[in-house]
Design a protein around this ligand. Structure first.
Ligand SMILES: Cc1cc2nc3c(=O)[nH]c(=O)nc-3n(C[C@H](O)[C@H](O)[C@H](O)COP(=O)(O)OP(=O)(O)OC[C@H]3O[C@@H](n4cnc5c(N)ncnc54)[C@H](O)[C@@H]3O)c2cc1C
Length: 407
């Protein structure tokens, strides 16, 4: 019986293995996982709720959420996109819900629902799962592969690597002839030590535009909510900037400047005019009388930083303070001095270059019979379910093609 070896029991490995058996039940599929439990990242994903995918059913729009992978993935998502994944789970008894921002979760709000489904489907399809059997080395042999899983050699006609962002997996693809785009972190918060942010942890602004200036790289501009943390800055706008700027930031040791526009829909002149109107109209303490709906403590802090006393009445504020404040509100400059962690989600940019893979089948162009799926590829996305979508889509295609090649 022809045999497919799958390395890695994560989202991509499980999806690929199940699909391979569904395409051809005469192909044996053996999945090897290094840990004592599979699907570890699914378990912790989405804060324990598992953000399975995103309600974006247009492949052309979907690729815009992938800083690495992007347009190359369009065909992949056309063949297996979020709608296919949602239907896959729903038809196997997992009801999904869509939140206002488009993120899709199991209605149970528990990642265990996804794990149970994948394990049940793998068992039903007849996938053989071996735990504590880490991939150590693989070599191409006549007509197939000989692979060391945990010190025991296995023979397979095809090898499907879905080991995620893992050194053993990377070493293996390189040994099989691939290049590697250097893995670097993506989706992180910014370390910003700035007196303006002191004591403001937890304060958020619903929508800002952030412009990340990294020396000798084009600026990255993103918008979204901003959150002050104990460490610096976070929130969707920062995570988006970290993803699009991941490589540039890594190159410069995470030293950059973040320019924040707190009023993206209002020009600087208009902001200035509003401040001068407040000075002319209001007799109240400026710190207590912000002319906009804006977090009070942040307003006070920015006012102080512009040289104004929040206890002073509006008319007592010198014009030069108002001018500085307008600048502060439209182009607040923060020095990024490091990378924080983002507990909810964290991915690796880099991996196997996509031009070394036939994206119609996910088969390696360097090593026939080798298939690649998931985060081992040079693909990563913003938060929102897009990273799992890559794992499901590439896993599904790799599993289909590997099985079809052995029919
Ligand atoms: C905290 C956290 C939360 C996240 N939340 C979300 C979310 O809600 N939505 C979303 O879209 N994305 C989320 N992500 C990203 C998502 O988890 C990954 O993109 C996705 O898991 C990648 O799937 P994968 O199967 O390619 O790799 P992985 O999930 O990393 O699976 C790889 C598997 O291979 C195993 N393995 C590694 N090396 C070997 C080896 N040598 N031999 C055998 N097995 C090996 C690993 O133990 C693992 O089980 C989150 C990530 C983190 C860290």
């Amino acid at each position: 019986m022809p045999r497919i070896l799958v390395a890695g029991g994560g989202a991509a490995g499980y999806f690929a293995a199940i699909r391979a058996r569904e395409v051809c039940s005469r192909v044996e599929v053996a999945l090897f996982e290094s840990l004592s439990r599979p699907l570890g990242k699914v378990k912790i994903s989405g804060g324990g709720r598992c953000n399975v995918t995103h309600h974006c059913f247009d492949a052309g729009r979907l690729v815009g959420f992938y800083p690495r992978g992007g347009r190359a993935l369009r065909g992949v998502f056309e063949r297996c996109g979020p709608l296919d994944v949602a239907r896959w789970f729903e038809s196997r008894g997992v009801r999904l819900k869509t939140e206002e921002d488009g993120r899709m979760f199991p209605i149970t709000d528990s990642s265990q629902t996804i794990i149970d489904c994948l394990e049940r489907e793998a068992a039903r399809a007849g996938v053989q799962v071996a735990l504590r059997r880490g991939l150590r080395a693989a070599r191409r042999t006549a007509g197939g592969f000989t692979v060391d899983f945990g010190g025991v050699e296995e023979r397979g006609d095809a090898l499907l690597l879905a080991t995620g962002s893992n050194d053993a997996g990377y070493a293996c693809v390189v040994a099989l002839g691939h290049g590697l785009v250097r893995p670097v972190p993506s989706l992180f918060t910014f370390k910003v030590a700035d007196p303006r942010l002191e004591g403001l942890a937890g304060v958020s602004v619903p929508r800002v535009v952030g412009r990340l200036v990294v020396p000798e790289h084009p600026p990255v501009v993103q918008e979204g909510p901003l959150l002050v943390t104990h460490w610096g800055l976070s929130g969707p706008v920062v995570l988006r900037l970290s993803a699009w700027g991941a490589r540039a930031l890594h190159e410069v040791g995470y030293q950059a400047t973040l320019l924040v526009d707190f009023f993206p829909d209002t020009g600087q002149e208009q902001v200035r005019a509003t401040l001068f109107e407040a000075k002319a109209r209001s007799r109240k303490h400026a710190g207590n009388d912000c002319p906009w709906d804006f977090p009070r403590r942040l307003w006070e802090s920015l006012l102080r930083h512009a040289g104004g006393d929040p206890e002073a009445a509006w008319p007592a504020l010198p014009n030069k303070v108002l001018n500085r404040l307008a600048e502060e509100l439209k182009r607040g400059s923060f020095r990024v001095s490091g990378k924080g962690a983002f507990k909810e989600e964290f991915v690796t940019a880099g991996g196997v270059p996509l031009d070394e893979v036939d994206l119609r089948t996910m088969e390696s162009r360097c090593c026939p019979g080798l298939y690649l799926a998931g985060e081992i590829l040079d693909v990563d996305a913003l938060t929102g379910g897009f990273n799992f979508q890559n794992a499901w889509s590439t896993g599904w295609i790799a599993g289909s093609a590997a099985a079809e090649s052995l029919r």
